[in-house]
Design a protein around this ligand. Sequence first.
Ligand SMILES: O=C(O)CCC(=O)C(=O)O
Ligand SMILES: [Fe+2]
Length: 382
Amino acid sequence: MATATIQSIAADSVTKQEARSTTYLASRLAAKDTISDADFTIPVIDLTPSYSQSLDDRKSVALQIRQACTTSGFFYVTHHGIPSSTLQSILQQAERFFKLPPASKQDLHIKRSKYGYGWEPSEYTSLAGDLESKEGFNFGYEEGLDRSGGDGKYRNLDGSDEKANLWPNEAVIPGFYEGVGEYYGAVLNLARHMFRLFALSLDLPENHFDSMTTHPGGIARLLYYPPPKNSQPTVSESAQQKEQIGLGAHSDYECFTLLLSSTTPGLEILKPSGHWHVATHIPDAFIINVADFMMRWTNDVYKSTIHRVVNRSNQVRYSVPFFFSVNYEEVIETLPTCLKDGEKPKYRPIGAGEYILERLNATTKDGAGFYGNEEVFEKGEA
Ligand SMILES: O=C(O)CCC(=O)C(=O)O
Ligand SMILES: [Fe+2]
C-alpha cells in the first residue's frame, strides 16, 4: 500500500497554511510515494453489482473501490444508471452557455460571489499560478436541484443561508436551468449511492454517511477548454514550455469528484514517477477521484491525486466535474476504521464548509477570495 504523507501538515496545524494552494501543491509533490507506476492503474469499475440486493455483491464493488482509492485515487465507473441522453444533454448545455456573448456572462462574473460561483472568464482564476485557458461556470447545491427534495437545512460554505447561485436569465438561454437541474439531480443521486459504497469500502455500515448528505455540499462546474493557440503542441516532456495549461495542477478539495467530459482528452493524472498519465475517454463513464477532504478524513488511507488539464487536440473540450461533500456544517474527525491500534489521527477535526472555503480562497491573491476582486491571482508568478 502507498504511504504518501503530507509532511508539512502537523496534526493541529491551521488549515490556512495547508490551504495555500502553492504550498499545498508543493508539499504533495514532495511527499514520498512508495507505489510504482506499474501499480498506478485507473480501473474501470462496473457498478451493476452495486445495485444488487445482495450485500456481498455490493461489497465486491466496494473492494474494488478501496483498491483504487488506496493506490491511484482514481477510477472509472460504468453502468451507473444515468442515461447517456442526460450526459449528452449537460454537455450540450455547457456548449450553449459558453457560446453566449461575454456581455451576457458579465452579470454572472465570479467576482459577484463569495463562494466562487458564477462565470470564470478564461485566464481569470488559477490553481497553481498558470495562466489557465479554461472558462468555467460554477454552482452549488440548492433544493430545486435535489430530486430528494432536500430537508430545508442547506447552508452555504460559510454557514449563511442566502441563495448563492448565479443563474443566467431564462430569456437569455431558455431551458438552461432545467437542463442543468436534470443532470445535477441525477449525479447527486449517484454520488449518494457512491458514498454508500465508500462506507462499505471503509468497513463502515453502509448508511454511515447518509445522515451527513441530506443537504450536502455539491459544487458543479461546466468547463470549456479551447484548443491550444500553439500550432504543434506535443506530449513530450521537453516541449512542456509549449503547453497551454487548461487547468493547473491541483487536487480536489471535497470528498470525491465525479467527472464527465466530452470525447476530447485532456485530463492528466500525476503518476508516482512524476510523469503525467493522460486519461482515456470512456464513453458514458464517469471518472471518480478521491479528494483532499476524504484523504484527510481517512488519515491518508485514501489518496487524492494531483491532476491537471491540457487540451492538446485541435478540438474543444467540455467537462462537468461534480465535487461531492457532506452537509457543510458537519465537523469531521478521522474515521475510526482508518486508524490502526494505537495510531493517532494526523489531522484535527474540521468543519466541511470551513475547510472547502479556505481551500477555495487560498487560490486567490492574499487569500482574499473572489468577491469584489478584479484580479484574483498574480499573473506570471507560478
Ligand atoms: O476538466 C477536467 O477534465 C477536470 C477538471 C478538474 O480537475 C477540476 O475542475 O477540478
Ligand atoms: Fe480537479
